[in-house]
Structure formats: structure tokens, C-alpha cells
Design a protein around this ligand. Structure first.
Ligand SMILES: C[C@H](NC(=O)O)C(=O)O
Ligand SMILES: [Zn+2]
Length: 566
């Protein structure tokens, strides 16, 4: 009996009951989840087609490789590269396109470290040629089938089905409202970073008053900007919290990074990783087979078997990722005694927040010093601003991307965006919300959203936007429980059993209660809503500094000043 038959049988049983009249809230809640069949509601042939398309898109993404950049490559007006360019007769190594470079770790590393706009532009475009463009048609069919499945579950489209995970009416409006409150801070960061990139690359590459070309921000999708800290850090020469060099000099292995993260959890009185975790996790990219390298955490639903799959590199970014993925496992462990149907995050954003909450403490200069990864740390204003700026390149830079990914997909699911404007609508959002522009011309032959893991893998994304807001609410409450005094950004809850107990009380609920109730538990009843105040408080000193630095700069961008190379 395949899963969907089993699921369907249970579903039939569940729908036989007039469960909506049940008086016990918990049982009513269980039935409300049990009676949503998801994609298994599709007829078998369409379910087969849907899962087949998903597998094909994920495989294309995971196996995509591109050629090495060669400065001799000439660019055609279309943005294409002229592989057949004739070179001097004596040139024995003609440009041959042998695609050998995968996204991880190669392209990720190159996008992070190259400071050659030509190479970055090549990498940016070649990745989209290899990973996004080939799945455009498959994605359109996948959307049709996803919508059909959603309608069979009583939703208007797949976007409404996804939003139902948040259990509140007007979730879409709430997300919009949160973004409107956060956008001014993002625009200050954008203006400052753009000015620094103009200094580095000149105005012919970076328009001083326009959007930032997407290939210059240290990340394949311009979603976090931590890899250009070296070019943008406010006070060079003062303490910088990028401990990548220290990790490497001290001979950290991926395993040592995982042990360091685990020790933070246990210092709070939370759960250690089970024995099977260490035996069965994949924490390094294997050399003998292709794997999906995008980091993920797995709960095998038997109370014993939990694993992380991660192609860990020894650097600061992956140290934070390790905390992030271990946060998922910690949540899984804390709700493992809930009934099966409640073993999930209170909402998907909570699940994404857990590890990041601990990383907010673990990334502080004081904490990094206490674990020997940072030398002398002064409590100077400059060190504070350097630290807050590095955190903003991760947390504030990300917000528009975290917001627009599902704005785009919700519109595709609802039909507001169709095959005629699939890619152009993506760039309208990237330009309008995030203030970034494509470094080469884009057309409706391209499919740039498809070059981001979560689109071919069909993983919803607004959860990360919710996480980046709610993790600062968690941080503020846990710091209070830990008895922290002083600015929020200096708080380190390490070894606070009181903070650990509060976190355990909230996370052990799993999905047994609506997440609004879980927030009430976290805040001792003070609020049950997503609230941007804690993140704005945390970055308050940086915002003041940015506003003073940005005097004279245009805050925001003129969209018609997008420099797209002809
Ligand atoms: C933010 C998101 N994190 C994740 O997938 O774990 C990403 O990597 O795009
Ligand atoms: Zn995650």
C-alpha cells in the first residue's frame, strides 16, 4: 500500500466524523490537520506526474555545473558568451566549455570571494543558464498540478494552502505590514553598501543612485551580504566577528563545529544530539556520489533517529548554518512526545528560528572570545558598530529576499503571474522590493527564480522572513530570562538554564497549540503577535550610525538607473 493510499484511508476515516462539533479543542485540532490530505488528494496518475516533476527539477538543480570563467571570453550583445571566439592561431587551449563547477562549494565560494565584476557576471549568468532556464516549463506544469491538489483540499490555490500553515486570517497582509516597518532600515543599509561598492567598482559598474547589480553582493542570489564584509566594514582594523580564519588556523573540522554548536544547546539544559545523530548524519560533501548539498535536518519520527545533511565548509557562515540546522533537530527532540500529528513547529517560521536564536548569542564578540575564536575584544563603540553591521549584512539584507520569494510564488499560484510575465515579475519584485538588478539582460526565455533551491525543491520561503522577525522576539525574551542587562545586541544567553527552561516550555508544545499561544507562553502573555520591535531595538545603534553615514546619499534607488550590460 503506497503512502497516499494509507493517507487516503485515514483521511476517509477522519472525514467520517462530524469533528467540527467536537468539544475537546485538542481532538478538534487533530482532526483539522488529519483531514487535509495535501498532494495525496490527486488522482494517482497526476500524483505520479507531480512527484516526477519535483524529482526532475531537484535533480537538475543538484547536478547543475558550469564552466570555469576565462577572461578571454567575449560577450555578445545578448549577454551570451562567445565560446567560439577565435583566438591567436598559436593559442592551443581554445575556450572549451567543459562544465565542471557545481554550486557547492565551488560557485558559492567564488561568488563570495571574487572581486572581478566580469567573472562574477559570468558565474551569475552561467548558473542561471544551467539551473533555472532548463526547468521553466516543468515548473509551470508543476504549478498547475499543485493548484489542482490544493483545490481538492478545499483551498483556492497552492498559495492559500501554504499560508494555511499560519492558521490566521490576513497572514498575507500581516507579512506586508511587517515588511513596511522594516523596509526603512533595509534602505539605509542598501544605501551604505551601494556607496561602498561604488568606491570599489566605480559608477560605471554600480549606479550611485540606482539598484545594486545582483552579482556584486557576495551571494549567488544576493540574499545575504556577509561575504562582502571585508569591503564594507565600518571600522576596518577594529574587531571583526568573521572568525573564518581562526576556525581554519585552529584546525576546526566540521565535526568540531557540530560539537561546538551542540555544547551551546546543552549549556542551556537542552537536549544533546542522540547517538544515532552522530552515526548517521552526513556533515561533509561525499566524494563518491552526488548529493543535494543544500543543508537540511531530518526527523525520522521514531523518537530516536535524527540527522543533518550538510556539505559543511570550515567558515563562519557554515558555523551559523550548523547552529541553524541543529536548531531544527532540537525542536524535533523537544516535541517528540507529542502525538504524531502535533510533531511540527508551531508555525514553519518557528522551526527556522530556533537555531538562529542561539546563533545570535554565539556570534557575539564576547562569546566568540570565550570559546577562543576571537582575540582581544574591546567594548568600544566601533567594535559594537562593526558587529551590528556584520549581523545586518545577514539579518537585514535578507529581509526583502525572504519577503519577495513567496510574494512571487503566491502570485504564480493565484494566476496573477503567468508564463507571459513569469521572469519579468520576478525582476519587478527584485528591483522594487530589494533594489537589486540583473547584471545581464533577462528575457522570458530565462527562469531566474528556478536557480534558487527552494523553487525547484518546492520549499515555501516566507518561513524565513517570519523567522528573522520572531527570532529577535525569542532573543529578547530569553535574554530577559537570563537576567541580561544592557543593549540587546550584546546579550549572550550561554549557560543560562532559565533561558533554556523558557525555550523548552515553548518548543515542547510543537504544533499542539496555535503559534499565537506559543508566543504568549514566550512573552508571559505580553503579546501573541509577530512584532518588529525587538529586531529594531537590536539594530537601533546601527540605524543611527547608518543615517549619519548616509547623509547626502539617495536613500532608495531610481529603478530606471539599473545598469544592465548591453
Ligand atoms: C534562508 C534559507 N535557509 C535554508 O534554506 O535553510 C536559504 O538558505 O535560502
Ligand atoms: Zn532551516
Amino acid at each position: 500500500m503506497i503512502w497516499s493510499d494509507f493517507h487516503r484511508t485515514k483521511w476517509n476515516e477522519a472525514t467520517n466524523y462530524a469533528w467540527k462539533n467536537f468539544t475537546t479543542p485538542t481532538v478538534r485540532r487533530m482532526f483539522s490537520f488529519l483531514t487535509v490530505l495535501g498532494k495525496a488528494a490527486l488522482p494517482r496518475d497526476k500524483l505520479k506526474e507531480l512527484t516526477g516533476l519535483l524529482q526532475e527539477m531537484k535533480t537538475t538543480y543538484s547536478l547543475a555545473k558550469i564552466c570555469r570563467y576565462d577572461p578571454r571570453l567575449r560577450r555578445l550583445p545578448s549577454g551570451d558568451y562567445d565560446y567560439d571566439a577565435e583566438f591567436e592561431a598559436d593559442d592551443d587551449n581554445q575556450i572549451g566549455c567543459i562544465p565542471t563547477l557545481p554550486l557547492e562549494p565551488h560557485l558559492t565560494q567564488m561568488m563570495a570571494t571574487s572581486r572581478d565584476p566580469e567573472e562574477l557576471r559570468y558565474l551569475w549568468r552561467a548558473w542561471r543558464e544551467a539551473a533555472g532556464k532548463p526547468i521553466r516549463q516543468k515548473y509551470l506544469r508543476f504549478v498547475q498540478l499543485s493548484n489542482e491538489a490544493a483545490r481538492l483540499n478545499g483551498f483556492s490555490d497552492a498559495g492559500e494552502y501554504w499560508r494555511s500553515d499560519y492558521e490566521i486570517d490576513g497572514f498575507r497582509e500581516e507579512v506586508e505590514e511587517l515588511w513596511q516597518k522594516l523596509s526603512p532600515l533595509y534602505q539605509q543599509l542598501h544605501a551604505y553598501v551601494r556607496a561602498k561598492l561604488v568606491e570599489k567598482y566605480g559608477e560605471e559598474v554600480v549606479p550611485r543612485r540606482g539598484p545594486i547589480p545582483a552579482h556584486l553582493l557576495g551571494n549567488m542570489w544576493a540574499q545575504t551580504w556577509t561575504n562582502i564584509l571585508d569591503m564594507t566594514i565600518p571600522y576596518p582594523g577594529r574587531t571583526s566577528v568573521d572568525v573564518t580564519n581562526a576556525l581554519r588556523i585552529q584546525g576546526y573540522s566540521p565535526l568540531a563545529m557540530f560539537r561546538l554548536a551542540e555544547e551551546f544547546f546543552t549549556s542551556l539544559g537542552l537536549e544533546p544530539m542522540p547517538q544515532t545523530f552522530w552515526q548517521r548524519s552526513m556533515i561533509q560533501k561525499p566524494t563518491d556520489r552526488e548529493v543535494v548539498c543544500h543543508a537540511s535536518a531530518w526527523d525520522f519520527c521514531n523518537g530516536r533517529d535524527y540527522r543533518i545533511k550538510q556539505c559543511t565548509e570550515v567558515n563562519m557562515e557554515h558555523l551559523v548554518t550548523t547552529h541553524h540546522e541543529m536548531g531544527h533537530i532540537q525542536y524535533d527532540l523537544l516535541y517528540r512526545n507529542q502525538p504524531f500529528i502535533f510533531r511540527d513547529g508551531a508555525n514553519p517560521g518557528f522551526h527556522e528560528a530556533v537555531g538562529d536564536v542561539l546563533a545570535l548569542s554565539a556570534s557575539t564578540p564576547r562569546h566568540l572570545q570565550s570559546v577562543g575564536l576571537l582575540g582581544n575584544v574591546d567594548d568600544s563603540y566601533e567594535t559594537d558598530i562593526n558587529f551590528l553591521f556584520a549581523m545586518a549584512l545577514d539579518k537585514i539584507a535578507f529581509l526583502p529576499f525572504g519577503y519577495l520569494m513567496d510574494q512571487w510564488r503566491w502570485e504564480v499560484f493565484s494566476g496573477d503571474t503567468s508564463s507571459s510575465n513569469l521572469n519579468s515579475r520576478w525582476w519587478e519584485l527584485r528591483l522594487g522590493v530589494q533594489g537589486v538588478s540583473p547584471p545581464v539582460p533577462r528575457t522570458e526565455q530565462d527562469f531566474d527564480p528556478g536557480a534558487k533551491f527552494h523553487v525547484p525543491a518546492n520549499v515555501p520561503y516566507v518561513r524565513y522572513f517570519v523567522s528573522f522577525v520572531v527570532q529577535f522576539q525569542f532573543h529578547a525574551e530569553l535574554c530577559k530570562a537570563a537576567g541580561h542587562e544592557g543593549p540587546l545586541h550584546r546579550c549572550d544567553i550561554y549557560r543560562s538554564v532559565k533561558a533554556g527552561r523558557l525555550l523548552r516550555n515553548v518548543l515542547s508544545l510543537g504544533k499542539s497549540r496555535p503559534w499565537t499561544e506559543a508566543l504568549s507562553v514566550l512573552t508571559s502573555g505580553r503579546t501573541n503577535k509577530l512584532d518588529v520591535e525587538p529586531i529594531l531595538e537590536y539594530f537601533g545603534p546601527l540605524r543611527t550610525w547608518l543615517e549619519s553615514q548616509n547623509r547626502g546619499e539617495l536613500i532608495g534607488w531610481r529603478e530606471n538607473e539599473a545598469i544592465v550590460l548591453q
